[in-house]
Design a protein around this ligand. Structure first.
Ligand SMILES: [Zn+2]
Length: 132
């Protein structure tokens, strides 16, 4: 999934142009939108890089300008090792329901089912060709 997003972002980064750069930041123009990329902090003003952990198109444009590989900037949460680590433990089953101590709290009763306006009719509409 991360590689698919990175591929899409890389294609979008081809349409970006770098307006200005310094040692720490880049100003990247995508259409009419201007974004500021900070490579050491791994942030962009579009906030997509921080939210997803995958470099956004603006960051990729900046990384390419610095001749860095965007693959190296994908969050470790998407790595195979992290995935394996996450599912290395299994959830313990809960004991038999009859073995639970009885609760002193009031019983939770489900809400009364009420027909909502605009719901589909319960009787099927017959086709024009069907006999009545
Ligand atoms: Zn961005």
């Amino acid at each position: 999934m991360a590689l698919k997003v990175l591929t899409e972002h890389t294609a979008r980064s081809m349409k970006c142009s770098i307006e200005w750069n310094s040692d720490t930041g880049y100003e990247v123009l995508e259409g009419h939108f201007r974004h500021v990329v900070d490579l050491p902090r791994q942030t962009c003003s579009c906030r997509a890089w921080m939210l997803k952990g995958i470099p956004c198109p603006h960051a990729i444009a900046a990384l390419h300008h610095k001749r860095l590989n965007p693959m190296d900037y994908i969050s470790q949460w998407y790595s195979r090792d992290t995935y394996i680590k996450t599912y290395s433990y299994f959830i313990q089953t809960v004991l038999n329901l009859k073995m639970w101590p009885p609760s002193t709290n009031p019983t939770v009763i489900p809400l009364e089912v009420r027909k909502m306006p605009g719901r589909p009719k319960t009787v099927r509409r017959k086709e024009a060709s069907e006999p009545k």
